[in-house]
Design a protein around this ligand. Structure first.
Ligand code: G6P
Ligand code: MG
Length: 219
């Protein structure tokens, strides 16, 4: 039986992808690296250090580890400063309604994000109150597609993976949910998250009613 839900943050609760894009773009321009929205799409759900690795590989650049880390920090400083723009109006359509509904129905809820800035994003949205457990990039060392972040969330909620549904918008995130034995809801196009147990084009469609109808034997 489903007793809990675990949510990815970026692309599920709110759309920080644009702010990540702008911060990476500022760094890339500064370094004279090519970077566009197509490359940015490859960074969805990918950790900060893996992201800079992808951008450098795209530009056939290699640098000593400490310089790469310093550049990732520089991008992060730009990104964190831009998070001040996020307000309580910046939930993706349907996300706040779903979180409210889950609270009303007494489900346990965890965050399972790769971002080390999750706490700040949740504060800006005033969304911390919807979560029993915050699992983020600081909670585990292996990032998605490893299932660790979702296993962390389930354990803290005191639930088994088979008692939880994971919401994800990234290919690697759905892979992580499946690897951990969780039920999965994919948010976005089929060519990205079509391997989830059920897929919706946006959070607006992914209501508790729809999810209950799909997994009807589990509620
Ligand atoms: C999320 C985003 C990624 C981002 C990652 C790490 O998964 O989808 O684009 O790179 O978090 O975020 P951070 O805030 O720790 O740099
Ligand atoms: Mg995401």
């Amino acid at each position: 039986m489903i007793k809990g839900f675990i949510f990815d943050l970026d692309g599920v609760i709110t759309d920080t992808a644009e702010l990540h894009f702008l911060a990476w773009k500022a760094l890339a321009d500064d370094m004279g690296w090519q970077f566009d929205r197509d490359v940015n799409e490859k960074l969805r759900g990918v950790s900060r250090m893996d992201s800079i690795g992808i951008i450098m590989e795209h530009n056939r650049v290699s640098l000593p580890e400490d310089e790469v880390a310093a550049l990732a920090t520089k991008k992060n400083d730009i990104y964190v400063a831009s998070l001040d723009q996020i307000t309580t109006e910046d939930y993706l359509p349907g996300a706040r309604e779903l979180l409210t509904h889950l609270r009303q129905e007494g489900f346990k809820v965890a965050l399972g994000s790769a971002s080390k800035n999750s706490t700040k994003v949740l504060q800006q949205l005033n969304a911390t109150k919807y979560f029993d457990v915050i699992g983020d990039g600081n909670s585990v060392s292996k990032s998605k597609p490893a299932p660790d972040i979702f296993l962390f969330g389930a354990e803290k909620l005191d639930l088994k993976p088979a008692e939880c549904i994971v919401y994800e918008d990234a290919e690697s995130g759905v892979d992580a949910a499946k690897a951990g034995g969780f039920f999965s809801v994919g948010i976005g196009p089929k060519d990205r998250v079509g391997h989830a147990d059920v897929c919706f084009s946006s959070m607006k469609e992914a209501t508790l009613f729809e999810v209950k109808s799909h997994f009807k034997d589990l509620f």
